[in-house]
Design a protein around this ligand. Structure first.
Ligand code: NDP
Length: 286
């Protein structure tokens, strides 16, 4: 149960506001932005994620074109598809749903997407721009959503100590750049970090993105901290849970995101926002 001091950061509501604003902007444009999604193989989770993106895109007025390929599609064929999408002026954003089957080189394929249409922000150009603090960087949806959630609390970031648990290329590393660019002191931790609890105890902002169910306990987090839980895990009885012990943390004076209903909805909303922003930039450059 939440106490008086505790505030649940409602990602679902904030994401709904983002989608509603996007819907209005897109309705005022003469053409619809187009997002192309490359989906390979039969991975059930990937299919569900793509269906959710399709549905959310349709709701705001973005046309989502899903290009499906069999498990054994060649890298050459996918390169040609990416190339054609890069050159198609009607397509504003391109994403490759991950994971790809093992025989395909994910990094090379992602790198083939032109930076202006790389709405996942996973390509080297956008990662480099982000690290350099360029306003032209397309920022990956999950870290972008995490920052939006932190900002929703009104906390002043400058000088704050942010501890990120997890150093993946899609969450931890880009988030560290985002927070550093906002003048946080950032500590990025990982599976080889010694004394994780003691490090997290010092944090004003904790972001857990490690895929370890309820790793972060209530005595790891100091009073007044902002806690963002990126993790999506399933317990033995099939229930969803995050990387933070939400029920225990809720009794403390913290601001915290739930799972589900925290970072997840923001990730989809930020992908749609990236697609809209890519569309706007491309129209300006015609
Ligand atoms: P990865 O598996 O790519 O990375 C996990 C990171 O956590 C690694 O850096 C790993 O360290 C670190 N780690 C693992 N165990 C520990 C530990 N015990 N202590 C400290 N660090 C640890 O995962 P992702 O970044 O892709 O995803 C992380 C979680 O976030 C998952 O639960 C995923 O499902 C979820 N997720 C949710 C999204 C959303 O929209 N809500 C979007 C993306 C991910 P090392 O590098 O040493 O291996």
């Amino acid at each position: 149960m939440a106490t008086e001091n505790n505030i649940i950061i409602d990602g679902k509501a904030i994401a709904a506001e983002v989608r509603s604003a996007l819907k209005k902007h897109i309705a005022s444009a003469c053409v619809r932005p187009v997002l192309a999604v490359i989906l390979v193989g039969e991975n059930e989770a990937s299919r569900i994620y793509v269906r959710n993106k399709e549905k959310a895109a349709a709701e705001v007025g973005i046309e989502c074109r899903v290009l499906q390929f069999g498990e054994n599609v060649s890298e050459k064929e996918l390169f040609e598809v990416v190339q054609a999408l890069n050159e198609d002026p009607a397509v504003n954003g391109i994403i490759i749903q991950q994971p790809l089957p093992e025989q395909l080189d994910t990094r090379c394929l992602v790198e083939a997407i032109c930076p202006e249409k790389d709405v996942d922000g996973f390509g080297p150009m956008n990662l480099g721009r982000l690290q350099g603090g360029s306003p032209d960087a397309v920022v990956a949806a999950t870290p972008k959503g995490v920052l939006r959630l932190i900002d929703s609390t009104g906390v002043e970031l400058s000088g704050k100590h942010a501890v990120i648990i997890g150093r993946s290329n899609i969450v931890g590393k880009p988030l560290s750049s985002l927070l550093l660019n906002r003048d946080c002191t950032v500590t990025v931790t990982h599976s080889k970090t010694v004394g994780l609890k003691e490090i997290v105890c010092q944090a004003d902002i904790v972001v857990a993105a490690c895929g370890c169910p309820r790793l972060v306990k209530d005595d790891w987090v100091k009073d007044g901290a902002v806690v963002i839980d990126v993790g999506i895990n399933r317990t033995e009885n099939g229930k969803l849970c995050g990387d933070v012990d939400f029920d225990a943390l809720c009794r403390k004076n913290v601001r915290i995101t739930p799972v589900p209903g925290g970072v997840g909805p923001m990730t989809v909303a930020m992908l749609l926002e990236n697609t809209w922003q890519a569309f706007q930039k491309q129209k300006k450059n015609i």
